[in-house]
Design a protein around this ligand. Structure first.
Ligand code: UD1
Ligand code: CA
Length: 477
């Protein structure tokens, strides 16, 4: 097996195009599938082959946005200010690639590409000592792709690639297509790259014409035929992209199912590629698991729940329609339906949070119960405390946020408001309907509400007064 030293190889990813066929203002390579931009998928595959410093993305259309979106990958960028075609994109990268022996050229809009395919292409390229190796396949529907022309049938050698809009009538039946993934030896590529001509209906410089240019110059051009054309599928319309998204997500669901996770109706679930779930967890239809979410074993995630960047322990139950983000949930916790966790929550073991309970930077220690309709923001709640229905931590004074600290075994009666900063000591009780503005010492009872006044017979008397007033009016009508 030939190996390639990383310093001998550069990877160029063409990503400057607008994606006119998408009819979208967003650059094509920033459209997302499987939870991340098309270009990020291609970069991830390329980064398996060479370190990011040897990966060059050609950017042009909305270059700043594209760069910003993938900056964290550490790759380099080449500007193609005006997009004059794929050949022109590679011309823009001339200075970047001239120090390398070989260069792989990829399209930023073919996100399913696998690292194994890139290394297989490289091995084929080197084994044939070619100046240019293109990747070809025979998809069910070749229309729209460039077709590969061999000198004789059965030959790996290539004399030209002919784009769809340049096909002669007798070439329309050709089935072997160019998948847009190439290996070049850099010296012959650079020696002949400027010979490209815009002699086509779009007036573009086609990289595909390098096959003919190099062949005519006596250089060897070969085709590496892949068995699986699906991996090189591009995404030229939003519908095509969503088909890729579905297949990527189904692949993620299959990976999890193969590892012992039960996913009912996996085609209805949206699961990002980096999500991890331990065996014997059950995921119901229409669940979304996003970002860097980690879920333990024996959990049950019920329908319509959305979990983003959260860590769940084992035996966690999320009932229907929870929306959880950037939080952690320990073993045995039971949330929902309709629980909302905003970022920064730490939910302890065996905690129960119920219907319409919202947390933000809330730390609920082991065994806390908050069953109904509460807002717990910037709050810390000790073990086994009980938060009644409708309790609100008033954490915002209009200028800044303040903390509420509740001890262990505390009982906060329903519909109480805790005006932060405020502390409730261990074992204390707060009577229902209280507005708590001062510390509640441990073991005490605080009741902060108006005393109830009862006037017996008042209602009867009022009805009688009203009746007496209304009788003359009605007789006038
Ligand atoms: C290209 C090939 C075609 C092949 C197909 C496979 C050419 C001329 N045609 O067509 O033979 O069958 O891929 O999917 O290459 N780009 C730039 N700068 C430009 C133009 C394009 O960076 O000036 C980028 C695009 O952003 C895109 C990639 O190059 O990521 C490919 O361009 P695209 O227009 O999609 O080429 P196809 O029509 O798919
Ligand atoms: Ca394309």
């Amino acid at each position: 097996m030939a190996s390639v030293e990383s310093s001998a190889l550069a990877i160029v990813i063409m990503a400057a195009g607008k994606g006119t066929r998408l009819k979208s203002r967003r650059p094509k390579v920033l459209h997302e599938i499987g939870g991340k931009p098309l270009l990020s998928h291609v970069i991830a595959a390329a980064a398996h082959i060479v370190p990011p410093a040897h990966i060059y993305a050609v950017v042009g259309h909305q270059a700043q946005d594209v760069k910003a979106a993938v900056a964290a990958s550490g790759i380099r960028f080449v500007e193609q200010a005006v997009q004059r075609g794929t050949g022109h994109a590679v011309q823009s990268a001339k200075d970047a690639i001239k120090g390398y022996k070989n260069v792989l050229v990829l399209s930023g809009d073919a996100p399913l590409i696998q690292p194994e395919t890139l290394s297989a292409l490289l091995r084929f390229h080197q084994a044939h000592n070619a100046a240019m190796t293109l990747t070809s396949a025979e998809p069910a529907e070749p229309t729209g792709y460039g077709r590969v022309i061999h000198p004789a049938s059965g030959s790996v050698d290539v004399v030209a690639i002919v784009e769809q809009n340049m096909l002669a009538p007798e070439q329309l039946s050709l089935r072997e297509v160019n998948m847009g993934l190439y290996a070049f030896r850099t010296a012959p590529l650079l020696a002949h790259l400027d010979k490209l001509q815009a002699a086509n209906p779009l007036g573009e410089l086609y990289l595909t014409d390098m096959a003919h240019v190099l062949h005519a110059a006596g250089e060897r051009v070969v085709a590496f035929q892949t068995a699986d054309p699906n991996e090189l599928l591009g995404a030229n319309t939003i519908a095509e992209m969503m088909a890729l998204d579905a297949s990527l997500r189904l692949a993620t669901a299959r990976r999890l199912m193969a590892a012992g996770v039960t996913i009912f109706r996996p085609e209805t679930c949206v699961i990002d590629a980096e999500v991890e779930v331990a065996p014997d967890t059950v995921i119901e239809p229409f669940v979304q698991l996003l970002g860097r979410t980690r879920i333990g074993s024996d959990c049950r995630i019920r329908s319509y729940t959305v979990v983003e960047n959260c860590t769940l322990g084992n035996r966690v139950v999320l009932l229907q329609s929870c929306v959880l983000a950037d939080s952690s949930i320990a073993d045995g916790a039971n949330l929902g339906p309709f629980t909302r966790l905003r970022p920064g929550c730490e939910i302890g073991e065996d905690v129960h949070m119920g219907n319409f309970v919202e947390g933000k930077k809330a730390k609920l220690r082991k065994g806390v119960k908050a069953g109904h309709l509460a807002y717990l923001g910037d709050a810390e709640i000790g073990e086994d405390s009980n938060i009644g229905a409708g309790v609100i931590t008033c954490n915002y004074d209009g200028i800044s946020k303040h903390a509420t600290t509740i001890g262990k075994n505390v009982f906060i009666g329903s519909d109480s408001t805790l005006v932060a900063p405020v502390t409730v000591g261990d074992g204390a009780y707060v009577g229902a309907g209280s507005c708590i503005t001062k510390e509640v010492p441990p073991g005490s009872l605080s009741v902060g509400r108006a005393r109830q006044v009862t006037k017996e017979g008042w209602a009867e008397a009022r009805r009688a007064r009203r009746h007496a007033q209304q009788t003359p009016d009605q007789s006038e009508r």
